[in-house]
Design a protein around this ligand. Structure first.
Ligand SMILES: Cc1cc2nc3c(=O)[nH]c(=O)nc-3n(C[C@H](O)[C@H](O)[C@H](O)COP(=O)(O)OP(=O)(O)OC[C@H]3O[C@@H](n4cnc5c(N)ncnc54)[C@H](O)[C@@H]3O)c2cc1C
Length: 321
């Protein structure tokens, strides 16, 4: 048994807050930050409620050493690996309000059983993720993560060489269709009404043998397991496809950043500097809720980076010149 040693850092005799860091959200970003901060002997509370963004997907892909793992299993493993870090507490609870105080933040929490309580923390990390807004077409929500997909880097390999569709219009759908055509030679762009495509976009699509169908769509038809079979048009035509890709709109899963006055980018992400510090001192953010590519492994890395910066900031505060 290794000999227990006293923490090297010298926190105040009696800490002024219940926790050094409150982490809101227990997905890839939040759990990863918790692990790093636990390894720094920091007193951490992680509050997580609700499912991770990829909950409907059968597997997480392109995550080094965990390719093909079920999303729930990935997070379960993350929670288990936090157990040795006894200064980290995990609670299934929703953070409903965060208020700045002289020493950090006062945080209102509601447990899953409906019990309301509050804690104080020196720093806060928002790892609250985003929510996807799917078009209101029958079948979209039901097949989300299986027959309806958003990211070729996550799902393209599984869908390779099959008949695929891309849903959407304009520049974004054109770009996605061209990208998806790297995984399959049979890609059709379905625009569900006027495609808003420039002549140049139509030419680029034609060059890659991508057909454009502008017929309005009635619904998606598939299996109970969420696999796509057909796209059904309002005129009764059916198009057999293995999967449809789209770029859904999205919004912040939690209003906390906005309520705290954090700067929000034009695309709706929480603005952060290179270390994950938001525009509000002491409030950090990491993962899908911040700008940049959205992937589980990137969210995990973001969480780690923000946690390192938080630890270094607290060290600076504890070791005045
Ligand atoms: C269908 C689908 C499939 C995907 N497949 C892959 C893949 O194969 N590979 C890959 O790398 N990425 C994949 N992704 C992307 C991946 O899911 C995200 O990048 C990743 O989940 C982001 O992690 P996060 O921790 O930032 O957010 P999340 O995983 O969304 O976790 C945030 C958590 O915070 C909780 N929360 C929010 N507000 C509060 C609050 N106030 N109090 C307490 N808790 C709160 C949320 O409920 C949620 O549980 C996929 C995404 C989708 C939609």
């Amino acid at each position: 048994m290794p000999k227990k040693i006293a923490p090297r850092h010298a926190p105040p005799e009696k800490p002024r807050t219940d926790f050094d860091v409150l982490i809101v959200g227990a997905g890839s970003a939040g759990l990863s930050a918790a692990m790093l901060l636990g390894r720094c002997l920091r007193r951490v509370l992680v509050c997580g409620s609700g499912a991770p963004r990829n909950v409907t997907s059968p597997a997480v892909h392109a995550f080094l050493s965990r390719d093909g793992t079920k999303p729930a299993d990935l997070l379960q493993l993350g929670r288990e690996q936090l157990k040795p870090y006894t200064t980290v507490q995990l609670q299934q609870a929703c953070v409903s309000q965060i208020r700045p105080t002289d020493y950090g933040f006062q945080v209102a929490i509601e447990s899953e059983a409906g019990r309301a309580y509050s804690v104080t923390a020196r720093k806060v990390l928002l790892a609250t993720g985003v929510e996807d807004e799917l078009p209101p077409l029958p079948g979209m929500r039901e097949m989300w993560g299986r027959g309806v997909l958003h990211c070729p880097y996550c799902h393209g390999w599984e869908a390779r060489d099959t008949p695929l569709a891309v849903y959407g219009h304009g520049k974004s759908a054109t770009g996605l269709a061209l990208l998806i055509s790297r995984w399959s030679k049979d890609v059709i762009l379905v625009t569900d009404g006027p495609g808003n495509l420039t002549q140049n976009a139509r030419r680029r699509l034609r060059q890659q043998h991508i057909r454009v169908l502008e017929e309005p769509i009635s619904h998606l038809e598939g299996t109970k397991r969420g696999e796509l079979r057909h796209i059904v048009f309002k005129n009764g035509d059916k198009l057999a496809r293995h999967a449809v890709f789209l770029h859904p709109q999205q919004h912040q899963r939690s209003p906390l950043a906005q309520e705290l006055g954090c700067r929000i980018t034009g695309k709706g992400a929480v603005w952060v500097d290179k270390g994950g510090q938001t525009s509000v001192p002491g409030i950090y953010a990491a993962g899908d809720n911040t700008p940049g590519p959205q992937k589980a492994i990137i969210a995990a890395a973001d969480g780690t980076r923000a946690a390192m910066i938080i630890n270094e900031m607290m060290t600076r505060e504890e070791c005045p010149r």
